[in-house]
Design a protein around this ligand. Structure first.
Ligand SMILES: NC(=O)c1ccc[n+]([C@@H]2O[C@H](COP(=O)([O-])OP(=O)(O)OC[C@H]3O[C@@H](n4cnc5c(N)ncnc54)[C@H](OP(=O)(O)O)[C@@H]3O)[C@@H](O)[C@H]2O)c1
Length: 325
């Protein structure tokens, strides 16, 4: 069976679900982290650990750095938690930093190295487990990235490396200059945005010409033992309880099907949405964006749910709104 985690092959005994930490630290404002934000951060981390989620996903930019700072504060107050965790962060995106400095990507050696230092400082750690390049930089020079990775690795600041939102060609090109294997690719994969499945079934179809998902990306990741992670796995709650006023018919029908399956299986709505994603043989790790303890626990039910082939197609085709060719 292919539905195993590639990360296990690379020595990381990661849980199937990952807690995404973008929502920690009070959100995308320049306001300081409050006591209430810290209370919420502790509660979210506790909820995740209580359902055996041991992997945590960050990025240096989340909440302008406050997500990592809040998480770092949790670890400072309870350092014993660190050993139970696999911690991943990302760099390579720069926000607008002032006049003449547009939002941009930056895979320069200086930026990668200084980003890692910032990540470690905010988390209050000497090392993290995995560093991802957040989004492909059109100005990427693989040998420059290789030099940065080499220095960071030798200094013991990062154990392993990966990417996010990259195509097979971009990964192969970067990998050709690296000594270390790239072990993660994080992508937007969910039941609302279906290009990742449509691309595979639309080969030699007219509809295939309108799709932008890179051909063979998930197959490539499986063959190369690259862990596929999904960001946006809950589609922000679209099929699991969000208000659907003004949403298209296909969304409402899909949400109703999710509700029926949840009732039949005695599971939460979130569990059905995530179990559908995890039914794909590429062994997807959903990166949960919720920070609500109740929702985190509801998500965890997904690991005990089996979605049949027929149920999987029913959900896919209902959300697609068009039969498969
Ligand atoms: N690599 C990348 O480019 C990239 C991009 C974006 C995100 N990420 C990572 O992926 C993680 C997940 O991304 P995401 O936040 O887009 O994913 P998501 O899990 O699809 O959405 C989570 C968001 O939806 C809300 N939500 C969930 N169920 C809801 C419901 N029934 N009603 C109303 N709101 C609901 C949550 O609010 P509550 O907190 O209130 O539950 C939270 O704000 C992030 O934390 C981050 O780690 C990576």
């Amino acid at each position: 069976m292919g539905n195993k985690l590639a990360l296990h092959k690379h020595g990381f005994q990661a849980s199937r679900l990952v807690m995404g930490c973008m929502g920690l630290g009070g959100g995308w404002t320049r306001e300081a982290i409050t006591a209430d934000d810290m209370k919420k951060a502790h509660a979210a981390v506790d909820a995740a650990l209580s359902v055996s989620i041991n992997m945590f996903d960050h990025a240096n930019i989340y909440a302008y750095g406050k997500a990592e700072s809040a998480f770092g504060q949790v670890l400072k107050e309870r350092p014993e938690l660190r050993d139970q965790m696999i911690i991943q962060s990302k760099c390579g995106i720069r926000m607008e930093e002032g006049p003449g400095l547009p939002a941009r990507y930056d895979f320069s050696e200086e930026h990668i190295i200084s980003s890692v230092d910032g990540i470690l400082e905010r988390l209050g750690l000497e090392s993290i487990d995995i560093l991802l390049l957040h989004r492909p930089d059109p100005l990427m020079e693989p040998e420059v990235v290789a030099s940065a990775f080499d220095k960071i690795k030798k200094q013991g600041k990062v154990k392993s490396f990966g990417v996010s939102n990259m195509s097979p060609t971009q990964i192969r090109w970067l990998q050709s200059c690296l000594d270390e294997p790239l072990i993660v690719n994080q992508l937007e994969l969910n039941l609302a945005k279906l290009d990742w499945i449509d691309a595979g079934i639309s080969v030699n179809q007219k509809a295939g010409t309108q799709l932008s998902f890179p051909e063979g990306l998930l197959e490539f990741c499986q063959m190369e033992h690259i862990q596929v992670q999904s960001w946006g796995p809950l589609s922000k709650g679209l099929f699991s309880g969000k208000d659907l006023t003004d949403k298209p018919e296909t969304v409402r029908k899909t949400a109703e099907l999710v509700r029926q399956l949840a009732e039949q299986k005695g599971a939460s709505l979130e569990a059905i949405v995530l179990a559908w994603l995890m039914r794909h043989p590429s062994g997807i790790q959903p990166v949960l964006g919720t920070t609500s303890p109740d929702r985190i626990r509801a998500c965890a039910e997904a690991t005990g749910i089996v979605i049949s082939r027929e149920e999987w197609y029913d959900l896919y085709v209902t959300s697609r709104g068009v039969k498969v060719p």
